[in-house]
Design a protein around this ligand. Structure first.
Ligand SMILES: Cc1cc2nc3c(=O)[nH]c(=O)nc-3n(C[C@H](O)[C@H](O)[C@H](O)COP(=O)(O)OP(=O)(O)OC[C@H]3O[C@@H](n4cnc5c(N)ncnc54)[C@H](O)[C@@H]3O)c2cc1C
Length: 534
């Protein structure tokens, strides 16, 4: 019990995506930083981001006010105007910082032959303001930032370390974070880290749903850890679903771009009939949330596992030229999209809610920060506008760095933390319990707490989550931890927060749609949940 390996650092950052690595690079010239990542350093949603990052670069035609107004419009009346303004105002300088780090955004020549950034436009934006690196912006950001942190002498990278729980001193005048316990996945042992400051940059929680566009690491760990530690969380009912991800056992989490519908693909039922014209006069070109709801409705009505996206009526060369990646990927699993329809389902894509922070990324607990998708800053409101999320990662990473650096000099050296106690646990003999509960949780979240909700479905899900929570808690108390068990424990916690938030919202707004309250309320407020200990 006392041979726990112990690390000491100034700032420990949990997560190696855009948020975590930006924070690390902004701090490391001034203090010692450790970044821990649950899987490989590359693995997180950042790596898979396609479109780009929003910022006003075209001063002639665009303005910060316009970026603010578009974001507020997308957020359906629930954004915090100040947070939106803060983000949009800081966007350009954050993008310049990324450019200085070496991110290769696409360039073009203007009419006078001068080089400038190529800006694209995406849903919700009234101007061209998206910087991008072809259609793999996230990969460009992730690999650039990784090469920078790897080259920095004062950044320690702990790969395959899974953060278990924060260590909080609750005896202090106000609760203060002292460090955390981590599970070293390679050595299969628990270690501890003490630090002056801790930052959660653990990404979103979309893995709580059966179908998701996110990588496996998106299990809401940071939200669950912060909640257990005593932080408030907000707006957990707002999950963004992408309408069309491939439904295929050999190729999961693969998005089929909305551009395919833009180029004339039809959505069809298993019997081959089209259904979008029955739901909206814009048919397949209706907005993302309407298409996702229609697919969900048809799947539930027919008891179907998926619907089909069909572009095979178009010319073969046209399809291959416009969608080379999708064509190749689908062909790799034996699906020729020039001849047959693509099986698709909607997929959980983005967690708009999270750990409540101020504009410096500070949470309710002293010295604990939350940045990136794990956080609720008020930026996204009831619906996230495309390309604002990577932006939020950088803007709030920089803000958190500034705040930490303003305090670090006066902060005493990190103190010791209690050793991890394994004296009462044994090795699990029934791993099947974890596998089963994992699947059950993600399935009922999909069926009852997905795109279309009702009070009855939510209450049904809550009863199941309570049972699972109890079972997982007993398991956690009696058996040695494993990666799957830690993730399941967090997923079930996040599921409960989503359900409780959804039950509190007595209206349909943005990404939250319930059959029992289909109208908008007159006075919308964020849903804020407080842990009992607060
Ligand atoms: C397919 C796809 C396309 C997207 N396209 C865009 C786009 O074009 N533009 C845009 O702005 N946004 C886009 N997004 C959203 C955006 O990519 C994410 O919101 C953003 O990358 C989140 O960054 P992050 O740093 O907060 O978290 P992530 O990049 O998800 O990183 C989380 C990190 O935390 C680590 N971690 C998690 N739990 C633990 C734990 N317990 N212990 C240790 N480490 C842990 C993970 O290992 C990982 O390193 C897209 C998302 C997806 C999935």
């Amino acid at each position: 019990m006392n041979d726990t390996k112990h690390h000491i650092t100034d700032v420990v950052i949990i997560g190696s995506g855009a948020a975590g690595l930006s924070l690390a690079l902004s701090l490391a010239n001034y203090c010692k930083v450790s970044v821990i990542s649950k899987g490989a350093l590359t693995e997180g949603s950042t790596m898979y981001a396609q479109g780009g990052i929003a910022a006003v670069f075209d001063k002639q035609n665009d303005s910060i006010e316009s970026h603010v107004e578009d974001t507020l419009q997308a957020g359906a009346g629930l954004c915090d105007r100040e947070a939106v303004h803060y983000t949009a105002t800081n966007a350009k300088q954050c993008l310049k910082w990324l450019i200085e780090q070496g991110v290769p955004f696409d360039m073009e020549f203007d009419e006078k032959g001068k080089e400038r950034f190529h800006l694209t436009r995406e849903g919700g934006h009234s101007h061209r303001r998206i910087l991008h690196a072809a259609d793999a912006t996230g990969k460009a950001v992730q690999s650039t930032l990784i090469s920078r942190v790897q080259a920095h002498p004062d950044i320690t990278l702990l790969e395959f370390y899974n953060a278990i729980d924060l260590i909080i001193d609750k005896q202090a005048q106000e609760p203060v974070v002292k460090g955390l316990y981590v599970y070293n996945r390679k050595k299969e042992q628990v270690e501890s880290i003490s630090a002056k400051f801790v930052a959660l940059a653990t990404g979103g929680a979309s893995k709580v749903y059966l179908y998701t566009s996110n990588p496996d690491v998106s299990s809401g760990d940071g939200i669950a850890m912060a909640w257990r530690a005593g932080c408030k969380v907000a707006n957990m009912e707002f999950n963004q679903f992408h309408p069309t991800s491939l439904y295929h056992p050999e190729l999961q989490n693969f998005l089929i771009t909305e551009a395919m519908r833009g180029e004339g693909a039809h959505l069809k039922r298993p019997d081959g009939s089209r259904f979008m014209p029955d739901f909206d006069e814009r048919a397949e070109l209706a907005p993302r949330d309407i298409v996702a709801r229609a697919i969900d409705f048809e799947m539930k009505r027919l008891g179907a596992n998926c619907v089909y996206l069909d572009i095979s009526h178009k010319d073969k060369d046209f399809i291959i030229e416009h969608f080379p990646t999708i064509y190749a990927k689908c062909l790799s699993v034996g699906l020729d999209i020039t001849k047959e329809a693509i099986p698709v389902v909607p997929a959980a894509h983005y967690t708009c809610g999270g750990v409540m922070t101020d504009f410096s990324g500070k949470t309710d607990i002293s010295n604990l920060y939350a940045i990136g998708e794990v956080a609720y800053t008020g930026l996204h409101g009831a619906n996230r506008m495309a390309s604002n999320s990577l932006l939020e990662c950088i803007v709030f990473a920089h803000a958190a760095a500034k705040d930490i650096l303003s305090k670090i000099e006066q902060h005493p050296e990190p103190s010791g933390v209690p050793a991890w106690d394994e004296s009462r646990v044994t090795d699990s003999d029934e791993e099947i319990v974890i596998t089963h509960n994992w699947h059950e949780l993600r399935l009922f979240m999909w069926d009852y707490v997905g795109i279309v909700r009702s009070t009855k479905r939510l209450e049904r899900a809550l009863r199941r989550v309570e049972l699972l929570k109890q079972e997982i808690h007993e398991y956690y108390a009696n058996f040695r931890v494993s990666n799957n068990l830690l993730e399941l424990r967090n997923l079930v916690q996040v599921a409960e927060l989503i359900i409780r938030s959804a039950l509190e919202r007595k209206e349909s707004r943005g990404l939250h749609y319930t059959l029992d309250y289909p109208e908008l309320s007159d006075n919308p407020m964020p849903t804020i949940l407080k842990p009992k200990s607060n």
